[in-house]
Design a binder for this molecule. Structure first.
Ligand SMILES: [Ca+2]
Ligand SMILES: [Ca+2]
Ligand SMILES: [Ca+2]
Ligand SMILES: [Ca+2]
Length: 425
């Protein structure tokens, strides 16, 4: 027993020694120990930034949810949807709905103190315009679920508050069927209080991403997205103005000198709104392969002629963004999640950004970022919260695909630096 204890102690000493060595190695590049990033930094955002879908959604996360513990898939039999716990390839031939990794939110939406779950499922076989299945549970532990047939493939779901009543809506961006002839889809939001979906079908497009926030500062959160077009429509940015009282209208006049994009610059997989220069107006981010376009909000308008482009290797394709004051100088840095080599891995980049210049800080804060795997092994999202409950902020991968499926990816913080831990299932 005693020797076992000594062995354990020796192992612990070895672990802590290698951690210290690792930290010394990372610190060597900067020379000083960085200041720890406490969870109080997650509250330190301006009011306008706190009203963005990015902030609302990231704040909803204090865990990564494994939907396999609940309802993996559904099979339609007649008018009924039967839950299926494990993937059943033999049932895909007809009426199968499979959970689309990373397409969920779990947080207390209706204010009853219990976490609610929203999740989306894709129809298989996946014909053009086949409706997906949208799930809502107002208490993850209850037996009751609400299922609605709706958008074909929800690619991004975010929290918004379109009515300023403190009750969230879930804004949904759908690509539609992601194969020829790329028919596109509507946009929609889920009204949690009414438990119903409202569709915006005036501009059908392939919507990979989008964001909400009060672009023109009239007090109502607006919607920005990017349409990957359809066979009849060019790729273009989309703005839906919220007039309050449930009135929404497409108004693309906010995009100056910007009707549509031509290849190769017409693929925008990531859209965010965030006031990066803290002037009180939400700036617009379009993530692309090899670059991040950042539009300064000038009184509610975005001018394509003055867009700032942060450029990087073309093997890197922007999947998600996050904003945090890593160096605690009062300004938020931009954290980028990429897929690498067409969805064969992932990478992270950290940029200190102003509209005058920017600087890559990645190596100062991360020990390992790039990871390469087989086809379709990538992450959809980065969430920022205290993953290991030790009082400091960690960075957590969510929506894990391919080799990473059912595993975990987290960058745990230790004294202001982030150390990657990957577990494969
Ligand atoms: Ca507005
Ligand atoms: Ca701004
Ligand atoms: Ca900073
Ligand atoms: Ca932590």
């Amino acid at each position: 027993m005693k020797s076992l204890l000594y062995t354990l102690l020796a192992m612990l000493a070895l672990v802590s020694c290698s951690k210290e060595e690792e930290i010394a190695k990372v610190n060597g590049e900067e020379g000083t120990v960085a200041k720890s990033l406490s969870t109080s930094l997650l509250e330190d955002y301006s009011d306008i930034n706190k009203s963005t879908s990015w902030y609302r959604t990231n704040s909803a996360f204090d865990e990564i949810f494994d939907i396999e513990n609940l309802t993996r898939d559904f099979e339609r039999v007649g008018d009924e949807f039967l839950p299926i716990d494990t993937f059943r390839g033999d049932r895909v031939v007809c009426c199968y709905y499979y959970y689309d990794e990373g397409q969920y939110l779990i947080t207390d939406l209706n204010g009853d103190g219990k976490k609610d779950l929203w999740a989306s499922y894709i129809k298989q076989p996946w014909g053009a315009n086949e409706k997906g299945l949208l799930l809502y549970k107002n208490d993850i532990n209850s037996e009751t679920i609400q299922l609605d047939l709706g958008l074909t493939q929800v690619r991004k779901q975010v929290l918004s508050d379109f009515f300023n009543d403190g009750k969230p809506e879930i804004m949904l961006f759908s690509t539609g069927s992601d194969k020829e002839p790329f028919p596109g889809d509507s946009l929609a939001y889920f009204d949690v209080e009414k438990r119903s979906y409202r569709y915006f079908s005036n501009d059908i497009g392939g919507y990979h991403s989008g964001a909400t926030g009060d672009i023109d500062r009239d007090g109502f959160e607006d919607i920005i997205t990017y349409s990957s077009g359809t066979p009849d429509v060019e790729n273009h940015p989309v703005h839906i103005k919220n007039y309050g009282n449930g009135k929404f209208e497409i108004d693309n006049s906010v995009f100056l000198n910007y009707d549509y994009d031509e290849p190769p610059n017409n693929i925008v997989v990531t859209v965010e709104l965030f006031d990066i220069d803290e002037d009180g107006f939400l700036d617009l981010f379009f993530g692309k392969k090899g670059s991040l376009w950042i539009f300064k909000n000038e009184n509610g308008f975005f001018n394509k002629e003055s867009v700032i482009k942060v450029e990087f290797d073309t093997s890197l394709d922007v999947m998600d963004l996050a904003f945090l004051d890593f160096n605690q100088d009062g300004d938020k840095e931009i954290l980028i999640l990429w897929n690498v080599n067409d969805y064969k891995g992932f990478d992270l980049g950290l940029y200190d950004f102003s509209f005058e210049n920017h600087k890559d800080l990645t190596n100062l804060y991360f020990d390992h970022t790039r990871w390469e795997g087989s086809d379709h092994s990538w992450l959809k999202w980065i969430r920022i919260f205290d993953y290991d409950s030790d009082g400091d902020i960690d960075i957590v991968g969510d929506g894990l695909w391919g080799d990473l499926h059912a595993g975990s990816v987290v960058w745990k913080q230790y004294q202001g630096k982030f150390y990657r831990e990957i577990s494969l299932n």
